[in-house]
Design a protein around this ligand. Structure first.
Ligand code: PEP
Length: 251
C-alpha cells in the first residue's frame, strides 16, 4: 500500500514572508487530509518556512543541493546547512536543473548518494523532452535516468527515494500527459526498479507525476494504478490551488 504523496516545488517564487504565510495556511488547512505533504521553498525562504512547519505534518525540502558538504563553491548550499535548518528532504535532478544548469546523471547520482548518506530523503526527478518522446526514445531516456541516478543505491536506501516522472513538455506549459500516458510511463519506471532491485522494492516505491497538475486533473491522475502522488509547480503557489490537490481525496 503506497501512501499518496503530494509535493509543491515553489521554484524561484514566493519571498520569505509570502512563503511563511502560505506555509502557515497550508499547515492549518491540510490537517485532516490523508496525503503525505511536502513543500520545497527557495533557499532563503527555507528558514522561516522550516520554523513554521517544524511541529507540523508538512515536510520541508530543498529544491537542490551541492554535491559537496563544504568548501569553495561560491553560491552553493550544502546538505549540512539544510539539515541545520531542519530540512529533511531534497529534490534532485529537476528538469530545470538538467536543462538550464547542465546537471547530468553522474552529478545527480553524486548528489543522491550524498543526500542519502547525510540521512536526507530524496525526490529524484526524471522525464523526457518532447523531442525525445516524438523520436521514440521515452524508454531509453527513462532507463538511463533511473539507472544512472540510482547507481550505488541499496534496496534499503530505496525506502528514502521517491521518483517524480515529469515529462519536460508538460512542465509549466498547461499540457498534462493523459492519465493513461502517465500511468504507462510510471509502469515502465516501476519495471526498471524491479530489474534494478526486486518486485517488493518496485511495488513499494512512490512514483509521483509532475507536469501541470491542478485541482481539475489531480483526481483522474491519482486514480491510476501506478501514479502515487504529484510534484506540483505553479499550482503549489497558492492555498486556493494547492489545497484541493493535497486533499484530492476529499474533492
Ligand atoms: C515542476 O516543475 O516540477 C512542475 C511539475 O511544474 P508545473 O506543475 O508548473 O508544471
Amino acid at each position: 500500500m503506497r501512501t499518496p504523496y503530494i509535493a509543491g516545488n515553489w521554484k524561484m517564487n514566493l519571498t520569505p514572508s509570502e512563503g511563511v504565510k502560505l506555509a502557515k495556511e497550508l499547515a492549518q488547512a491540510t490537517k485532516g487530509c490523508n496525503a503525505k505533504v511536502m513543500v520545497a521553498p527557495n533557499f532563503v525562504t527555507i528558514p522561516g518556512v522550516a520554523e513554521v512547519l517544524k511541529d507540523s505534518h508538512i515536510i520541508v525540502a530543498a529544491q537542490n543541493m551541492n554535491d559537496n558538504l563544504k568548501g569553495a563553491f561560491t553560491g552553493e548550499v550544502s546538505a549540512t546547512m539544510l539539515k541545520d535548518l531542519g530540512v529533511t528532504n531534497v529534490i534532485l535532478g529537476h528538469s530545470e536543473r538538467r536543462a538550464i544548469y547542465g546537471e547530468d546523471d553522474q552529478l545527480i547520482n553524486k548528489k543522491v548518494l550524498l543526500a542519502l548518506a547525510e540521512g536526507m530523503d530524496v525526490d529524484l526527478c526524471i522525464g523526457e523532452t518532447l523531442e525525445e518522446r516524438e523520436g521514440g526514445k521515452l524508454e531509453e531516456v527513462l532507463t538511463t535516468q533511473v539507472t544512472e541516478g540510482l547507481k550505488g543505491v541499496s534496496k534499503e536506501m530505496m525506502k528514502r527515494i521517491t521518483l517524480a516522472y515529469e515529462p519536460v513538455w508538460a512542465i509549466g506549459t498547461g499540457k498534462t500527459a493523459t492519465p493513461e500516458d502517465a500511468d504507462s510511463a510510471h509502469a515502465f519506471v516501476r519495471s526498471i526498479i524491479e530489474k534494478l532491485f526486486d518486485k517488493t522494492v518496485a511495488e513499494e516505491t512512490i512514483i509521483q507525476y509532475g507536469g501541470s497538475v491542478k485541482a481539475a486533473n489531480v483526481k483522474e491522475l491519482m486514480a491510476k494504478e501506478n501514479i502515487d502522488g504529484a510534484l506540483v509547480g505553479g499550482a503549489s503557489l497558492s492555498l486556493e490551488q494547492f489545497l484541493p490537490i493535497v486533499c484530492f481525496d476529499k474533492q
